[in-house]
Design a protein around this ligand. Structure first.
Ligand code: C5P
Length: 310
């Protein structure tokens, strides 16, 4: 590949956030990661990743949520683009602009979304035309959630989360996400989970048959019954206010509540659009949370402006 098909105009990619409907965490592995069984759902909160040709790597940030996001070569989007160039054996560089709506360090995979967007964008910018599965193998090296964000929808994640297969899921789910002040470090939450479970037998994780069945039938009440996150006690231990947020949301009519991924965002599953608006107003007006986002899922993974991912 000579890169002679490199585009000169910007390529834009829209990438969703994720929520883990279920996150089962096994014991720590020899490599320090934990084996997971997780059901991911991509939801309609989007970052936009725009890439243009440049002499060297550049990154600029805009949007609602940029605080704490590295604006240098350490940004996961730059690392993803650099990993793609290296794997393809080309010398191209890119200017990457992130327009961010996904909460930062919130357990919704914002950084991973930007990396997925950079892979899809640069794949097009440089005329590589690699299929998604080939991009996913680079993605897996960079972060456990990135392969899922290339595919989107509803999917079962295993390994350390990077091995994804689609799950049959009917219907549209309505979510309210309660944003926290500040973020939680993912490694710190996993470490706290290990600490809380020290001395107990931790089985190899498996997805619940009940949740898979509920998703297949599209029954929101059954899905609500089956949501669960093994990292939740650890996230609440590090950020005790999350327990109050969960209680409050349930008292205002949410069907179910759980910490999203490693937190501290709390995800509320609600019955529909009106219930989502009512819950958002209640949570913010009572002052229990600073800000909320409403979203629906599932949605597709990283999408090039005007179409598919590759
Ligand atoms: O893969 P990712 O970059 O999202 O992981 C961030 C951190 O979260 C890892 O360095 C590790 O501490 C923790 N982690 C884990 N087990 C997983 C996924 C993440 O321990 N399956």
């Amino acid at each position: 590949m000579t890169g002679s098909t490199t585009r000169t105009t910007a390529v834009h990619v829209r990438v969703p956030a994720k929520v883990n409907l279920e996150l089962r965490v096994g014991p720590p592995r020899a490599d320090g990661f934990h084996s997971l069984a997780t059901i991911y759902q991509a939801v309609s909160l989007f970052d936009t990743v725009s890439v243009t040709p440049a002499e060297d790597w550049q990154i600029t940030l805009s949007g609602r949520t940029t605080e704490g996001v590295p604006a240098d070569a350490g940004n996961l989007a730059v690392r993803a683009a650099a990993a793609l160039a290296e794997a393809a054996g080309i010398r191209q560089r890119a200017a990457i602009r992130l327009t961010k709506e996904i909460p930062v360090a919130g357990g919704m995979a914002g950084g991973s979304a930007d990396a997925a967007g950079a892979l899809v964008g640069c794949n097009r910018l440089w005329g590589l035309d690699w299929p998604l599965d080939r991009l996913a193998s680079i993605a897996a090296e960079l972060g456990s959630d990135i392969p899922f964000l290339l595919h989107g929808g509803t999917a079962l994640g295993s390994g350390r989360g990077e091995q994804v297969v689609p799950v049959l899921a009917k219907g549209t789910y309505h979510w309210v996400f309660a944003l926290a002040d500040g973020g939680l470090s993912t490694p710190a939450v996993y470490a706290e989970c290990d600490r809380l479970r020290a001395g107990t037998h931790v089985p190899e994780p498996r997805p619940s048959v009940g949740l898979l069945g509920a998703l297949r039938s599209g029954d929101v009440l059954d899905v609500a019954e089956c949501l669960g996150n093994d990292l939740e006690p650890a996230a609440i231990s590090l950020a005790p206010k999350l327990g109050d947020v969960i209680e409050e949301g349930l008292s205002y009519g949410a069907l179910a509540a759980l910490v999203s991924g490693s937190g501290p965002t709390v995800a509320f599953l609600v019955a529909g659009r009106e219930a989502a608006i009512d819950l958002s107003v209640a949570l913010v007006s009572t002052g229990v949370v600073r800000d909320v986002r409403r979203a629906t899922g599932p949605v597709p993974g990283a999408q090039l402006d005007g179409g598919a991912a590759s």
